[in-house]
Write a protein that binds this ligand. Structure first.
Ligand code: 0A1
Ligand code: ZN
Length: 885
């Protein structure tokens, strides 16, 4: 195992490469344990670098067989090769050809980086630094080459041979029973976009004609027998291709686009040029097997990888510090695509929920880092919510600041100017500064400062003067390595909502015409005061509409204001937010009361607000998907984040349970009626509207069951029996498994037997059991590790069961520290075989400092026990070191 921790890599140390590799010719002869790779590289000194440097190629656990320079065997004195490097101290001064043969053992590659086996297929994963596990190379994203790849394999074992680009030829190999295929990719690309797949795979095919009339052959490859489940993904792909033409004028640029679904994959999916490789959970769906969330995720991830063809592949990153250049931008693009395919406000609420759940805690803890980091020890650990989700928020703000037209013009300029190049964040933002004429220097701070800014807003209404004064201020707390912070430019969308409903016109001498017309005010400095005129009655301030900046807000709204906004705000995001804020306030007081040994309050206004919402939903006055999101209480982790320090997970759980019980009891009849009314006789469709009805039905059931356990479980059993789709079936099972009853084990076992051959469904079942809020859950999870469908070598299984358990707020954070000790065991055990997944699991400790003293002590002790182990991977070493930092 590679256990050394390399020197940290720093952005300030970036230097252009000393050599360029113009052409790569790979001859890969596949064998389970002895694959041969002959790599022929056309290399020349980089004219932009100073000459005379040695050529140092990267490797990782490589075995060299032979090396030739310009066709002649290299003298052993003339180079040095270790598993981690190939050095030619005195390379030729001009262009030369280097041929290197390496031997690989894909069957023993458990890290799932480089060439490995998933099931019976061969596949590769090269981002970020996996190509160096296949052959020695300048493994950095600013070295762009054309590739010609010959793949040879046993015909019986691997009838399908896939590579990047276009298929040039295929035929029988010299060795009996073997065949080959030749793939060429005319587009220059960095090696992290290289891929090959070989195996006995089934496929479905289709075609797409681009706006300029180019016919593209589309195919999705899966395990035999699963191919029909790729139909939805194929439709999503065609929608994405059409959308990118319309929204950004971007066409696809090869004759084929292939997608392969594999079951062993460290991440979600990978945008290899013309050959996307997917975790099968983001491809396979059917009415019987997939929930509506699965469908939505498939649509989003398919689009994300496709959109990378322009934002990532045609224009790539100069170095890995610029990762957000492709990821933040591509997430923004896939979010906008999904918003156009589905309900925009509902999509926005889901995005913000996701950002708060995953990114805010990262920003608030020891793992906080810039959207564009400046130092890393292990790049795999920077595929984070900050780079992806906050990176997308930053692009969204940019669009708000410059406006739709200038945003499109800036994107056009970016595509035009940097096509075929490896670019930087400065170059990207520079395009928008140029087309809009705006100074974006302070905006750049979003990329350079970690942490979530806090925006404070204080309001004052003067009835005599008919003015409404807003004092707005931003601040940003220190984060690791950044003691002082500066204000960043942010767009603040707002409105003044009349108590009767509806927006007041915005009139002020303190804002520009454009700001008053759009309702989007720019905060450039630490503070800004805006006095609105002609405001006769005190309005309710609707602040940060659409979540126009990724910040937390400290306002002085009353609960009465929140109640008004929750019913009347024309901005749907803030309508949802108002109710969430109201619930959060009640829950925070509830937690306090419980910790002080008192009963939590009964809040009549809140009960009434929920009642109104349920009535509106039942009467069809609001979108069911929106209603479902509104009825969902903030999660335990949401409340913990609001509390921020000295967190007691048991008190949070109790407060939340008490409120849910009260709401469920109070509105029992209305919820039951809503649940019945939503029982759909229509044929199943995965569209957003139908999905919204199912989401509402499931939340109605959950809330009802919280207040009426016996009847609720009876309803859940009926729903489980009658459901014709996985969303409703699993929604029912969730209630049955999470709540104690004599039927729980039997029903749960029956479900797992029914889906014994469906690993993706069993993942949901593993995760559900890991979420049971009871003390026995840890033992249950340990027991499930021996389940025949569980395997520590499959990342999806591990994430479902172990990752699921770390999301169980009360049980992972048990006061006796046993939850942490369990995670320690898992991380240390998994580290030697799959360090990436082990490191990611360990990030569950990222909020340990905000816990109350006893749990905090256990958490710290656990991290310290790991930190002193001598042979950790660089991945886990990095996370544990930063977590304690
Ligand atoms: N670029 C991919 C994410 C990705 C990153 C690293 C991987 O290595 C295991 C795999 C995938 C994306 O954004 O979809
Ligand atoms: Zn991506």
């Amino acid at each position: 195992m590679r256990t050394s921790v390399g020197q940290p890599v720093r952005l300030v140390d970036y230097r252009v490469p000393d050599f360029l590799i113009d052409e790569v010719d790979l001859d890969v002869s596949l064998d389970r344990t002895a694959t041969r790779v002959v790599s022929t590289l056309i290399i020349r000194p980089n004219p932009a670098a100073s000459d005379g440097a040695a050529l140092t190629l990267d490797g990782d656990e490589l075995t060299l067989v032979s090396a030739h320079l310009d066709g002649a065997p290299l003298d052993p004195e003339a180079f040095q090769a270790t598993p981690a490097q190939f050095v030619l101290p005195n390379p030729p001064r001009g262009r030369f050809t280097l041929t290197i043969e390496t031997r690989l053992d894909p069957a023993s590659n458990t890290k799932l980086m480089g060439l490995y086996r998933s099931g019976s297929a061969y596949c590769t994963q090269c981002e970020a630094e996996g190509f160096r596990r296949i052959t020695y190379f300048l493994d950095r994203p600013d070295v762009l080459s054309t590739y010609r790849v010959r793949i040879e394999a046993d015909r019986e074992e691997a009838p399908v041979l896939l590579g990047n680009g276009n298929l040039e030829g295929k035929g029988e190999a010299e060795t009996a029973g073997r065949h080959w295929a030749l793939w060429t990719d005319p587009h220059k690309k960095p090696c992290y976009l290289f891929a090959l797949v070989a195996g006995d795979l089934a496929h479905i095919s289709d075609a797409f004609v681009t706006a300029s009339g180019r016919k593209v052959d589309l195919a999705i490859f899966t395990e035999h027998g699963r191919e029909e489940r790729a139909r939805y993904a194929m439709e999503a792909l065609k929608r994405a291709m059409a959308w990118d033409e319309k929204a950004y004028g971007r066409e696809y640029d090869l004759d084929v686009f292939n997608i392969v679904a594999v079951s062993d994959f460290n991440m979600g999916a990978m945008e290899n040029k013309g050959l996307n490789v997917f975790n099968d959970k983001y491809v396979l769906a059917s009415q019987e097997t997939a929930t509506d969330d699965d469908y939505a995720n498939i649509e989003g991830v398919i689009a994300h990888e496709y959109f990378h063809n322009w934002t990532g592949n045609r224009i790539t990153c100069r170095d890995w510090f610029q990762l957000c250049l492709k990821e933040g931008l591509t997430v923004f693009r896939d979010q906008e695509f999904s918003a156009d395919m589905r309900s925009r406000p509902v999509k926005r609420i889901s995005e913000v929920r996701g950002l708060r759940a995953a990114q805010f805690p990262e920003d608030a803890g020891p793992l906080a880092h810039n959207v564009r980091p400046e130092v890393y020890s292990e790049i795999s650990n920077f595929y984070t919510a900050t780079v992806y989700q906050k990176g997308a928020e930053v692009v969204r703000m940019l669009k708000r600041l410059v406006g739709d037209e200038a945003f499109r013009a800036g994107m056009d300029a970016y595509f035009h100017r940097y096509d075929g190049q490896a670019a930087t964040v400065e170059q990207f933002v520079g395009c928008f500064a140029e087309v809009s004429g705006r100074d974006l220097d302070r905006f750049m701070r979003w990329y350079r400062q970690a942490g979530t800014p806090k925006v404070t807003v204080r309001t004052a209404h003067d009835p005599a003067a008919r003015t409404y004064r807003l004092e707005i201020a931003q601040s940003l707390a220190p984060t690791p390595g950044q003691p002082t912070k500066l204000p960043a430019t942010m767009p603040l969308a707002l409105g003044l909502v009349d108590p009767e409903g509806g927006d007041l016109p915005l009139v002020s001498a303190d804002a520009s015409e454009a700001e008053l017309a759009s309702g989007v005010f720019v905060l450039d400095d630490a503070e800004r005061v805006i006095v609105f005129r002609d405001v006769a009655r005190r309005p309710a301030l609707s602040f940060l509409r659409g979540f126009s900046a990724p910040v937390t807000v400290d306002d002085d709204l009353t609960e009465q204001d929140l109640a008004v906004l929750s019913r009347h705000d024309p901005d749907h995001f803030n309508r949802w937010q108002a109710l969430q804020s109201l619930v959060t306030r009640v829950l925070l007081r509830g937690v306090k009361a419980i910790r002080a040994g008192r009963a939590p309050e009964r809040n009549a206004a809140l009960v009434a607000a929920f009642g109104a919402l349920i009535d509106d939903a039942r009467a069809g006055r609001i979108d069911p998907a929106f209603a479902a999101l509104s009825l969902a209480l903030p999660t335990e982790a949401d409340i913990a984040r609001e509390i921020g320090e000295n967190v007691d997970p048991d008190a949070i759980y109790a407060a939340r349970k008490s409120l849910r019980g009260a709401l469920g009891r109070k509105h029992g009849d209305a919820l039951a009626d809503l649940h019945d009314w939503l029982a759909d006789a229509r044929p199943f469709s995965p569209d957003a509207e139908s999905a919204g009805r199912r989401a509402l039905r499931n939340i109605a059931l959950a809330l009802y069951a919280d207040g009426n356990i016996i009847d609720g479980l009876a309803r859940a059993h009926r729903q489980l029996r009658d459901a014709d789709n996985m969303t409703e079936r699993f929604g029912a099972l969730t209630q049955i498994v999470l709540k104690p009853s004599s039927a729980r084990e039997h029903t749960s076992d029956a479900f797992s037997r029914r889906y014994a051959m469906e690993p993706l469904i069993l993942d949901k079942w593993f995760a559900l059991q890991a979420h049971i809020p009871e003390r026995e859950t840890l033992d249950r999870v340990r027991g499930l590790m021996s389940h025949r469908a569980f395997s520590m070598s499959n990342p999806n299984r591990v994430r479902a069961l172990i990752g699921g358990f770390t999301g169980n707020h009360t049980q992972f954070n048990r006061p006796d520290g046993e939850g942490y000790a369990f995670l320690e065991e898992i991380v240390v055990g998994l580290d030697p075989t799959n360090p990436q997944v082990a490191a990611r699991l360990l990030t569950a400790m990222r909020s340990w400092r905000s816990l109350e003293e006893i749990r905090r002590g256990h958490a710290e002790a656990m991290l310290r026990r790991i930190a002193v182990l001598p042979s950790l991977s660089p991945d886990v070493r990095d996370i544990v070191t930063r977590s304690l930092g």
